[in-house]
Design a protein around this ligand. Structure first.
Ligand code: ADP
Length: 547
């Protein structure tokens, strides 16, 4: 017997219809590429998204054809999120920080038909457009009078010209909720990038989950600032969950420096912000010396790479801002776990609570996780046993676009497929996950594993250290030993010996790095994470000091 409830597919367009009807005057504020501030409402987003849909219908596109963006977080990008997916096309957000050759490769692989870009990426588009054979229309996300006259890009139109003349009367189509809605390529640190292809169903389920109180907890009382880019894994789903909740949204555009982000938080009374640790580091570095405070910010989600304990402590204790440490990946839409306390933790001292917040958190309903040993046997949830982390759930990939890389899933005894994350983790008895490392970054010393994240966290807890990256270096007896590359804070000083001494008592003796390398900069990849592959390459001639 089937249930007797209405059979209604989960459609991304329903989010914008809902936001328009129930939160029509909710504000959307954007810092534009031009530097000024643009303001309008959810009703305006909905109206202009319908114009985008009409413009796309006039472009001779098929269902599921890809429309790409190279754009910062801003209102026009948001309109494309809804106009493209809502009308049955696939929004392909491209990461502009990738190498131009990689961008061209991705655009060709995705067979992008239209590419919309912010004017700050004009030089990039000029460099790649001739190599993007499938793109038949280039749209500059600007007013008609800002369109460069001699761009060299054939048929370039301004977004406002392209969609502005269209009717805003449009009936969103309804179709199979499993249809593709958007796509995002992984950064491809090994081999060519592979794309996660999200569906309407996976996006809506992820948006529901993200809005839960123990996840992002986004509400109609929030003013949300997604510093996480819309060009990578849909800004952690905020463009969708903010519509579902009816939150005010504040987009930072290209200005991600500490000063600009701080001013926007204060001016727009932001209550909630989301970003990677490197961005928050810039914010705190700007605020501390000037003695600045937050007037409205209450919570911040930090994820994408491990959040250093010093940062959690500073937000919580110095600024009274709750830190929600999050873990996820492109292949997971991206949210997997979020760290919030349980009722039994509330009476704990602040430091003990901070120790929990350091973990990446508990699984969101919808995400199943387990850790396994080398033979695939499940390991206990005791907070000590560490192993490869596998996940499954309705917003996790089962396969990459075009079957690239073969079947990634690992079957369990019941034949259910689990996605191997490539992360190594522990899970404690309360279900809190802690990422020890990426499996390829873990340091294997004398048969034991050393977490590079732990070594880095200790280094950045030293007041003179701004940034740290730990890698394993060949050792004739122990196979590998850790060395830590560090960048000093401007004006601060510390010696190799002092830093090594700083490790004493903070980690097991055999885990203390064998050497400290002072460097000018640590290579950062396109998603703001440390590029260990590049660091290893830079240090390929490095030899450990004689013991
Ligand atoms: P995203 O850019 O959304 O983080 P990626 O697919 O580029 O997604 O990277 C995912 C990887 O980033 C994870 O597999 C994990 O190694 C790392 N990561 C993400 N969040 C955290 C976190 N909070 N702590 C430690 N590592 C993290």
């Amino acid at each position: 017997m089937l249930g007797l409830m209405q059979d209604q597919p989960l459609m991304i367009s329903s989010l914008i219809e809902f936001a328009e009807r129930h939160h029509g005057d909710g504000e959307i504020v954007s810092r534009r590429v031009e530097g000024d501030i643009h303001r309008y409402t959810w009703a305006d987003v909905a109206r202009r998204a319908r114009q985008v849909a009409n413009a796309l219908d006039g472009e001779d596109l098929l269902f599921s054809d890809r429309v790409a963006t190279l754009a910062w977080n801003g209102y026009r990008h948001l309109e494309l999120y809804y106009g493209v997916s809502g009308s049955g096309r696939v929004l392909h957000t491209i990461n502009p920080r990738l190498h131009p050759d990689q961008i061209a490769w991705i655009a060709n692989h995705a067979e992008d038909q239209i590419l919309c870009f912010d004017l700050s990426f004009l030089p990039l588009v000029q460099a790649v457009h001739a190599k993007c054979g499938t793109v038949k229309k280039w749209v500059a996300l600007c007013d008609a009078d800002k369109l460069p006259a001699d761009s060299g890009i054939p048929g370039l139109v301004s977004y406002e010209d392209w969609m502005g003349a269209q009717s805003d009367d449009y009936a969103w189509p309804s179709f199979d909720e499993n249809s593709a809605s958007s796509m995002c390529y992984t950064s491809g640190t090994t081999g060519n990038p592979k794309a996660a292809l999200y569906s309407h169903r996976s996006t809506i389920l992820h948006a529901y989950a993200a809005a839960l109180p123990d996840v992002m907890g986004i509400s109609a009382r929030d003013a949300v600032l997604p510093v996480v880019p819309m060009f990578h894994v849909n800004a952690w789903g905020i463009p969708y969950s903010a519509a579902l909740a009816g939150a005010k949204v504040v987009f930072p555009g290209p200005a991600l420096d500490g000063k600009s982000v701080y001013e926007l938080i204060e001016a727009e009374k932001v209550t909630y912000a989301a970003g990677v640790p490197t961005v928050w580091q810039m914010l705190l570095t700007h605020m501390k010396p000037a003695g600045l405070r937050f007037s409205t910010l209450r919570r911040t989600v930090i994820g994408g790479s491990a959040c250093p304990p010093a940062m959690i402590h500073s937000f919580q204790q110095d600024y009274g801002v709750e830190v929600l440490h999050a873990w996820g990946m492109t292949e997971m839409s991206p949210l997997g776990t979020l760290c919030t306390l349980k009722n039994k933790h509330l009476d704990m001292p602040a430091d003990a609570q901070d120790a929990i917040r350091l973990k990446q958190g508990r699984a969101i309903f919808g995400v199943d996780m387990k850790i396994v040993d080398g033979a695939g046997k499940e390991l206990p949830w005791d907070g000590k046993a560490y192993g490869d982390l596998l996940v499954k759930g309705p917003w996790i990939v089962k396969e990459y676009f075009k079957g690239e890389g073969g079947d990634p899933l690992v079957p369990d005894e019941q034949g259910r497929g689990w996605f191997p994350t490539g992360d190594v983790a522990t899970i404690d008895a309360d279900g809190y996950l802690q990422i020890t490392d990426r499996s390829k970054d873990v340091i294997k010393s004398g048969g034991e594993w050393i977490s590079s994240i732990e070594i880095e966290n200790i280094a950045v807890a030293h007041p003179a250290i701004a940034m740290a990256a730990c890698i394993g270096v060949f050792h004739p007896k122990w196979d590998e030993r850790p060395v830590v590359a560090v960048v000093k804070r401007p004006g601060a000083d510390v010696t190799r010996e002092e830093l090594l001494k700083f490790y004493e008592g903070k980690t097991a003796k055999w885990q203390i790095p064998d050497d400290v390398l002072f460097v000018e900069a640590i290579p950062i990849g396109a998603t703001g994470k440390i590029l260990k592959t590049k660091l290893r390459e830079q240090l390929k001639d490095y030899k450990l000091p004689a013991a």
